[in-house]
Design a binder for this molecule. Structure first.
Ligand SMILES: C[S@@+](CC[C@H](N)C(=O)[O-])C[C@H]1O[C@@H](n2cnc3c(N)ncnc32)[C@H](O)[C@@H]1O
Length: 333
């Protein structure tokens, strides 16, 4: 972590300010080893450049596995000249409602950053980026963003974020809150960290979509039952089969008479399949769909209420999906 971010941090337990003790730093000022501590004696180690506020991955462990296996598949730099080029940037722009130089020189945080593909977009636009991640994916993100002094990765819980109130210009969370036990509370924590008239954006799984299909929810239950004995091998086996054999075969036959309807029934009810043109993305996304311990789905009204309840106004539903919204943190009168 670079000391410039200290002003945005606090103790997640007591909300007290933190002091930085650096043991080892890089030439650009990034502290690689050291400690953050409160005057009251709470201590949080900085290991491999990442301040650590949690000791375990808890319910999100499958994501530690996911991002360690496929650390850069969804980064723009790994998609040049390939079918998914531009997807990550487009998704970030649509879900946050930001474009051009909107984040230049601003401090922006991502709640649940995974391997850091969206932080990479923020950096490409000159923003200063903070990523919060519960799992060992925090180390993946740190490596992906290669000791950039304008990036801070925190291994922390978004339900107890080590961020000072009203310290950020903007905050977003894409594909994350539905993996926590309390998405509404997570959104409230996001909004607290943003200054008045800063922006808040959130995208969660929509009710009735792919993540609610009977095929997907059944495979999730099967994975949960098998994981205790076989780890991630069964889920990995199915994800490879789906991405590299079933999807190409079935989607190629789609135009044959009567088959489109049968394939749609299959993907809804029997076998999780994704019609994405890059097999690496299909593999990652099928694994991502069938392994999380928590995966809830939501409605537009629900997300709207969460955001309104925490003082966000000028709410807009984006074109990404019905449960992708952004808004502005209201000024206190
Ligand atoms: C589906 S991934 C999305 C990652 C990233 N937003 C992206 O789209 O590339 C969800 C991420 O949220 C993280 N996550 C889930 N619950 C969390 C929590 N309570 N605190 C911090 N991170 C959490 C997971 O570990 C995982 O990396």
């Amino acid at each position: 972590m670079h000391p410039q971010f200290l002003a945005s941090l606090c103790c997640p337990e007591t909300r007290a300010p933190l002091e930085l003790k650096a043991d080892e730093s890089l030439s650009n000022g990034v502290v690689v080893t050291g400690e953050l501590r409160t005057a009251g004696g709470r201590r949080y180690p900085i290991v491999a450049g990442v301040p650590r506020f949690v000791a375990e991955e808890a319910y999100a462990a499958s994501f530690g596995e996911e991002w360690t296996r496929w650390p850069r598949v969804q980064f723009e730099s790994a998609n040049r000249g390939r079918p998914m080029q531009g997807h990550t940037t487009r998704m970030w722009e649509i879900c946050t409602g930001r474009s051009g130089n909107d984040v230049k020189g601003r401090v922006v945080a991502e709640f649940g950053c995974g391997s850091g593909r969206f932080l990479d977009v923020v950096r490409s636009r000159g923003g200063r980026a903070i990523g919060i991640e519960l799992t060992r994916a925090a180390d993946v993100a740190r490596r992906n963003l290669s000791n950039d002094s304008d990036v801070l990765i925190l291994q922390a819980d978004i339900l107890k974020p080590p961020l000072r109130d009203a310290s950020l210009d903007g905050v977003y969370s894409i594909g994350v809150l539905h993996h926590t036990p309390d998405p509404g509370r997570a959104l409230a924590k996001m909004a607290s960290a943003v200054r008045e008239r800063g922006w808040v954006a959130c995208c969660v799984y929509p009710r009735g979509g792919f993540y609610d299909y009977a095929s997907v929810t059944r495979f999730r239950r099967i994975h949960t039952a098998l994981e205790k004995h076989f780890g991630y091998y069964p889920a990995l086996g199915y994800s490879f089969l789906s991405a590299y054999v079933l999807a190409p075969l079935l989607y190629r036959c789609r135009h044959l008479p009567g088959l489109d309807r049968i394939i749609r029934r299959l993907e809804r009810n029997i076998i999780p399949l994704l019609d994405i043109p890059d097999p690496r993305w299909r593999l990652l996304d099928i694994f991502d769909a069938i392994t999380p311990a928590i995966a809830t789905t939501h409605t537009n009204d629900e997300v709207r209420r969460w955001m309104a309840d925490v003082g966000c106004e000028a709410l807009q539903t984006t074109t990404w999906c019905a449960t992708s919204l952004f808004g502005t943190k209201a000024a206190v009168r």
